[in-house]
Design a binder for this molecule. Structure first.
Ligand SMILES: NC(=O)c1ccc[n+]([C@@H]2O[C@H](COP(=O)([O-])OP(=O)(O)OC[C@H]3O[C@@H](n4cnc5c(N)ncnc54)[C@H](OP(=O)(O)O)[C@@H]3O)[C@@H](O)[C@H]2O)c1
Length: 383
């Protein structure tokens, strides 16, 4: 792809993992907003676990780029993690190298140790004891670099931290945290007072990808942390969610890590017993990250900032997005009967539902007089 192009219009891209949180946002922007021709097979149409499937799929296709945001379930066994997260990633990289096209791969903060302001050069040493997820991500990063040197692969690794945004249909990561507060299953704070993490805004990712696809000379062969510039204190985030939901729990008490670990181990044993009795029970997969709730890990955004990419939404952060995100998920979880119904006015920032319920005439008058603006702005130009 030429370095001085300014548009992806007319380009044909393949997005693997397009039904996921990150992939879904990319498909939406690339296809609907930027007029790109996109093919986003689901895992039944193309399972990247199967190299024959990959070969068959790409036989006839000549894409201009490939984006891989597929990932096995976080608690998958070593075989599935290895085959999807590593072998699948590398087999697709080989297709991209053979076709001479850019390949964008998502990695994760899981490859990094704890610490502050970690840079793209940092990563944990590859060790057997790493989680299957972290191990497969780190191995992928290292093999992609190897393929760049040996087969001329034109790739970019985008390392994400905790991703927030709408349309996560699995309730994992950040949205699991939100869920635990909403269904009041978090009695107190499972973190330390000053523990901070980095966050990635799902909505901004497509803008970055578009930019790096149009500027291969600058971004080829590089790894970037794609994170909001300011780290977030986990306790502050949980308490802010609590206050939006007008709840009393979790209490502002910090559960020490040894106690939390003891509780998690106890739960693990209890679940084993239940399974022996034939009762279907599972550990919440996020409990494998329990230690991370007690350790600061922040990613440096310096390299991203000094690149030619310009953030179109510099003031957006997980805090500014919370009302929108909460409203989306509470509605969804209520409809799925996953949580008890919330009073809509709790998370209706303009309190319009309350007006609708109690004083529709005033609401209508306010709308017609432009005192409130509940409608979306429709534009015909594509951004
Ligand atoms: N979410 C986060 O907080 C976070 C944090 C750091 C890094 N990341 C990285 O960001 C990327 C996207 O994550 P996500 O949160 O969007 O994941 P996600 O919501 O769990 O989506 C996973 C996607 O992978 C696809 N997939 C699974 N197995 C597949 C297979 N065998 N063949 C083809 N596709 C398969 C799924 O397709 P089907 O639905 O069709 O099965 C789904 O579209 C991943 O690389 C992840 O490591 C995410």
């Amino acid at each position: 792809m030429a370095g001085n192009n300014t548009s992806l219009q007319g380009k044909f891209g393949i997005i693997i993992g397009g039904s996921g949180l990150v992939g879904g946002a990319i498909v939406h922007y690339f296809k609907k907003k930027w007029g790109c021709e996109i093919l986003a097979p689901n895992s039944k149409q193309l399972s990247i676990r199967d190299s024959e499937d990959i070969r068959g799929f790409f036989q006839e296709l000549r894409p201009d780029f490939i984006i891989n945001s597929a990932i096995a379930a976080i608690d998958s066994n070593p075989k599935i993690s290895f085959e999807i997260n590593y072998l699948g990633t590398i087999n697709i990289a080989k297709v991209a190298a053979a076709l001479g096209i850019p390949y964008i791969f998502f990695s994760s903060a899981a490859v990094l140790p704890e610490g502050e302001n970690l840079t793209e050069e940092n990563h944990r040493p590859l060790r057997p004891a790493m989680s299957n997820y972290a191990k497969s991500k780190l191995m992928s990063e290292l093999t992609l670099e190897h393929l760049r040197k040996t087969e001329g692969l034109d790739h970019t690794v985008v390392r994400l931290a905790i991703v927030y945004g709408k349309h996560d249909h699995k309730i994992q990561g950040f949205h699991r945290l939100l869920f635990s507060v909403a269904d009041q299953s978090m009695p107190m704070l499972f973190t330390g007072r000053n523990v901070c993490h980095s966050y990635s805004n799902a909505k901004k990712i497509p803008y970055f990808l578009r930019h790096i696809l149009l500027n291969r000379e600058e971004f080829s062969g590089q790894t970037f942390h794609f994170v909001d510039p300011n780290p977030v204190r986990l306790a502050q985030l949980i308490l802010t969610i609590r206050s939006y939901l007008e709840l009393k729990r979790p209490r502002e008490m910090y559960l020490p890590y040894p106690v939390a670990r003891f509780g998690a181990n106890f739960l693990k044993k209890a679940i084993k017993q239940l399974i022996r009795l034939g009762i279907d029970a599972r550990m919440p997969p996020e409990l494998m990250f329990l230690k991370n709730f007690y350790e600061t890990q922040t990613l440096s955004a310096k390299k991203l900032k000094s690149s030619s990419f310009v953030d179109s939404f510099p003031n957006e952060s997980v805090f500014t997005q919370l009302p929108e995100v909460i409203q989306y998920y509470l509605t969804r979880w209520e409809q799925l009967n996953l949580i008890a119904a919330y009073d809509k006015e709790f998370f209706d920032p303009q309190r319009l539902s309350e007006e609708f319920l109690n004083s529709p005439e005033t609401l209508l008058a306010d709308i017609h007089a432009d005192r409130v603006s509940p409608f979306s702005a429709f534009r015909t130009d594509k951004q």
